[in-house]
Design a protein around this ligand. Sequence first.
Ligand SMILES: [Zn+2]
Ligand SMILES: [Zn+2]
Length: 281
Amino acid sequence: MPAELLGAHTPIKNGLGGAIREGKRIGCTAVQVFTKSPQLWKAKEISAEMVADFKAAQAETGITEVVVHDSYLINMASAVEEGREKSILGLTDELNRCAQYGIRYCNSHMGAHVGQGVEEGIRLLVEGAKRVLANSDPSVILLMETTAGSGSSLGATFEELKAVLDGLHGDARVGVCVDTCHIFAAGYDLRTPETYAETWAKFESVIGFDRLKAVHCNDSLKPFGSRKDRHAQLSEGEIGETPFRLMVNDERFRHIPILLETPIENDGHERDLAKLKSYIA
Ligand SMILES: [Zn+2]
Ligand SMILES: [Zn+2]
């Protein structure tokens, strides 16, 4: 059976309700949003009206699967204590904002070790995530996003994410979001049926599909293994259409939100969504 939850990151200029309606307009059955500006720490309080409009939009559109993406400022592995504290409080707030809207998933880049080394970085992520989970609403699941490994960002290998999961004793409130551009840039090939199968087999053996809660569906402007995070329109980048064609027909992804974060110029998301749908056999 084909994938049922195809969507995109949609803008919140008309609130989260507006983002859901925009998702419906372009053909989404799942949506990713920010709940605040991702470039700022501060956030507008969520009012009862904002929540009511979001729920009304969900009822109107039938879009129930929503993922929140956290702020770009968060680094729970910062070398500076003040930065870590701000990040832990910031991510806790992101999860609690999800709970206010009744949203289940909060996706996070978690952090970069900034020269302290992978081991220390992972230790800090585990300590930070423990506090985030302890101080946030238990209805919300924290998703760790795979990274391209640019700079010292953690989560560029499945093993690093597994180490964080292990540090959290496999807490059921932690899942993984795989970004296809990021894993490709980090050295996991997907371009042929063989490499697609190998990469997902590695994912299954290291992390397990039961932890996969979302996919960011992006082609890559930069070459394989470049460790550079630049998204491209589907089938127009270095990855090409093969893995996206396979994914939407892969039973393992049937109930996983597959979310575009490709360039939005010239109706980019609409065009990419149409491509994804056309790949369904
Ligand atoms: Zn991201
Ligand atoms: Zn992503």
